[in-house]
Design a protein around this ligand. Structure first.
Ligand code: SF4
Length: 433
């Protein structure tokens, strides 16, 4: 099984999909490096490992096209071996083996030790928490659990990631200490369902305790929460966010919809009233909290009337950050038994209507920031601008703060206080004080 030829071959890891896949690629890279392998992330290599996404149609298409591209590169002699892992492979392995047989081997989401064997490396248990981060060194993702126990009707993730498994607090603290030593200042907590943390290993919701433990790690200055779930939200976390200055006043909570019938059909365990009450609670407990959410439009049974209700609601709620997806009819999910009765063109029209409303809301909110001062962290330089973020902005998905490089110099990865002088929908312009 050991592939003798890997020797000093360069192994290229290609990551598709979400931040959890980025995390898994980083763990794989850490293990390979510890076995003395030459490993790179999305650069030319002799051997390629594609970490795929299998969530919804668009993502699946992108994964398949990437596999086909590397299979073609192999035929041209540019790469020697093509391995495929991640969610698409976990979900469709038998079909993929039949349809794209030129791939050397397919692996599931829980096959790391076997994959390492095929790459001439051994899985080292003692490396828990060790990984090669691919993000700029001043921020890093921390995956606090794997899998999901929720029954959301539209979602295939439990099929690909399995049951919810929390990582013990002490392991996460150790991992965070190692990251901080390497220069991480911003820790982004991720999971399929962040707020479920601890229910398996501690028999109680322990996200609050985890946060308190992480705030004690020297060097970490910002802690950010992604992928909270609305029903059973542990409200003690709101007090911890408010009282712990290191925790960003930022909550990412995919809500998917607001119509109670749709939420019931989605098996989200909540309804319109409870959702609004929770959002009110967020704003009551943390007055300047930035709320990010994600919505699905075109779900089976979403009439124009229900869509109108959704539009009116986001105009009312004025979310700080919002993403919107067209419903994808995914086999082996419980929603697959429903009639996919909203046409693709109507789904796409609804996505753009929602994003148009959100662009207006974001513009208005950004105008209110002119003249105000924000502590920002700077991620990169782009053209004549240093590109940074406030505590209300997560990397790659939210707004940016742009500071002209003409008469200012900012070290990447450093914080600076910025006075906002102008604003667009998704970008703020400022000067360093
Ligand atoms: S919480 Fe729901 S939407 Fe999120 S991963 Fe779990 S099943 Fe999917």
């Amino acid at each position: 099984m050991r592939t003798k030829s890997t020797g000093k071959k360069k192994i290229n890891i290609v990551t598709l999909g979400c931040s959890k896949n980025i995390y898994d690629s980083e763990v794989l890279m850490g293990q390979l490096e510890a076995s003395g392998k030459r490993v790179v992330h999305e650069e030319r290599g002799d051997i390629v490992v594609i970490n795929t996404c299998g969530f919804i149609e668009n993502a699946k298409e992108e994964s398949i096209n990437t596999i086909l591209d590397f299979v073609e590169a192999k035929k041209r002699g540019e790469v020697e071996k093509v391995f495929v892992t991640g969610c698409l492979s976990e979900r469709y392995k038998p079909d993929l083996m039949k349809e794209i047989p030129d791939v050397d081997q397919y692996f599931g989401t829980r096959d790391l030790p076997i994959l390492l064997k095929h790459l001439g490396a051994d899985y080292k248990h003692e490396l828990i928490g060790e990984r090669l981060t691919t993000t700029p060194k001043h921020y890093a993702y921390l995956k606090i659990s794997e899998g999901c126990d929720r029954p959301c009707s539209f979602c295939a993730i439990p099929l690909m990631r399995g049951k919810h498994i929390s990582v013990p607090i002490e392991n996460l603290v150790l991992e965070t200490q190692k990251l901080a030593k390497k220069g991480t200042k911003e820790l982004i907590l991720i999971a399929q369902d962040l707020t479920y943390y601890g229910l398996d290993i501690y028999k109680r919701r322990a996200l609050g305790d985890l946060l308190k433990a992480l705030t004690k790690v020297d060097g970490i200055e910002w802690i950010r929460l992604h992928y909270a779930f609305p029903s059973g939200f542990p409200e003690d976390v709101l007090d911890t966010i408010r009282t712990e200055p290191k925790i960003c006043n930022y909550i990412d909570i995919p809500l998917q919809h607001i119509n109670s019938e749709i939420l019931k059909s989605m098996k989200r365990g909540t309804n319109r009233e409870k959702t609004n009450a929770l959002l009110d609670k967020f704003r009551e407990k943390i007055p300047n909290v930035a709320i990010r959410t994600t919505l699905i439009v075109g779900y089976p049974g979403e009439t124009e009337e229900k869509f109108l209700e959704l539009k009116d609601w986001i105009k009312e709620q004025k979310f700080d950050r919002l993403g919107c997806f067209a419903y994808s009819h995914e086999e082996n999910t419980s929603a697959y038994d429903l009639k996919d009765d909203v046409t693709q063109s109507v789904k796409e029209r609804r996505v753009s209507e929602i994003m148009e409303i959100q662009a207006q809301i974001s513009w208005e909110k950004n105008q209110e920031k002119i003249g105000k001062i924000f502590r920002c962290i700077f991620d990169r330089k782009e053209g004549n601008y240093f590109v940074g973020r406030t505590e209300f902005d997560s990397p790659d998905v939210d707004n940016t703060v742009l500071v002209s490089a003409e008469n200012t110099y900012i070290s990447i990865g450093e914080f600076a206080n910025v006075k906002i002088i102008s604003a667009e929908e998704f970008d703020l312009y400022g000067v360093v004080l």
